[in-house]
Design a binder for this molecule. Structure first.
Ligand SMILES: [Zn+2]
Ligand SMILES: [Zn+2]
Length: 358
């Protein structure tokens, strides 16, 4: 215990300049999101029993990495089930597949993300489910099990916002742009229905901003953590966490919050699910599951385009020139709010260790 404490103190002294900045990165307990509680698990390994590992197992279970049949066996033991889940997760997120809770893995675990699972019915839609991991020789886009898609006679879809909340025009424009990103490359149109209870119920796609539990057994979790979820065709259910600090104009400089998330980036991703795409391991793709606060990613990558055109064909007007596979990620504010740097992250971990071992 003394060794850990000494190591923590030494590291804190090394990074003392960053230590002074810590309040800027975590101004309050929610700014790091609900998954910051995983940080003290750094370095945990097989055979250990550590408080918090059970919660991590539930996280992995939610996203499909631990089979739901193990629901009664969620303990704080670092067992083979957890080891295997971590390895698969690392594979999906292009990390060293060691099964260890190292810094890169924890950084990914706490990054805000979509609520849809990466592994559905034991079928991984990401790297771990592909036969080849050669990025140049295999498609990385994925579909939901059974490859659901909107039928051929449903190419002009309608969408509506839940009538219980007035949606500002600026927010509606975000969704109109997000739908248009997809409509540009496939033969589909998306038109908003005028708000009314009837139009909401009859629209093909029904958009709801909701907090916490909202009736589908997939509760939201406050600031950061899970940002939104949307379901495969022809469900049309599109739910967004109302507790997020959404940026609607794509300009993070107008927000002083470190937890600000770009609404358009998330909306484009969820529309991908509504159309039938699953998660991709390609980090530049829209269908990559996670997005850091302060990041804007609105350009469809080659992987997204390949996947959606597999389902619906190409828009005759699409000339294929608006996107490329990589390097199209837009970021705002110079990435100031982007993921914690290694040094900042290490500092946070050290603080967590200090708390644990004292
Ligand atoms: Zn998703
Ligand atoms: Zn929901």
């Amino acid at each position: 215990m003394k060794t850990h404490l000494f190591a923590a103190l030494v590291l804190i002294s090394i990074f003392s300049s960053q230590a002074l900045q810590l309040p800027n990165f975590f101004p309050n307990s929610t700014a790091a999101g609900p998954w910051a509680c995983f940080l003290p698990l750094l370095g945990c390994h097989s055979g250990q029993k550590v408080e918090g590992l059970g919660k991590l197992k539930k996280y992995f279970q939610h996203f499909g990495y631990i089979n739901s049949s193990f629901a009664d066996n969620i303990t704080d033991e670092f067992d083979e089930i957890l080891h295997s889940a971590i390895k698969t997760y690392q594979l999906n997120f292009n990390l060293d597949s060691t099964g260890k809770l190292d810094i890169p893995t924890l950084k990914h675990l706490i990054t805000p993300r979509c609520g849809i699972a990466d592994i559905i019915n034991d079928t991984s839609t990401m790297n771990s489910g592909k036969k080849s991991l050669n990025i140049h020789s295999v498609s990385h886009y994925s579909l939901f099990p059974g490859s659901p898609r909107w039928p051929i006679n449903r190419r002009n879809l309608t969408y509506a916002f839940h009538p219980n909340k007035q949606i500002p025009e600026t927010t509606k424009m975000v969704f109109a742009r997000a739908f248009q990103r997809w409509a540009t490359i496939i033969p589909m149109t998306f038109n908003e229905q005028q708000p009314s209870t009837t139009s909401f119920l009859t629209a093909d796609i029904r958009i709801t901003f909701a907090s916490g539990e909202h009736g589908d057994g997939e509760p939201f979790d406050g600031v950061l953590g899970t940002l939104a979820h949307a379901f495969s065709p022809p469900s049309g259910l599109f739910h967004i966490d109302a507790d997020e600090d959404w940026v609607v104009d794509g300009d993070f400089s107008s927000s002083s919050s470190l937890s600000a998330v770009d609404l358009e980036s998330v909306a484009i991703h969820e529309i991908g699910h509504l159309l039938g795409l699953g998660h991709s391991s390609v980090e530049d793709s829209i269908m990559y599951p996670s997005i850091s606060s302060g990041t804007r990613k609105v350009m469809l990558a080659g992987d997204d385009i390949e996947g959606i055109q597999y389902l619906y064909g190409s828009n005759p007007s699409y000339n294929g020139s608006i996107q490329t596979t990589t390097g199209q990620r837009e970021t705002s504010n110079g990435g100031v709010h982007d993921s914690l740097t290694q040094v900042q992250f290490l500092l946070v971990v050290v603080m967590a260790l200090l708390i644990i071992f004292t």
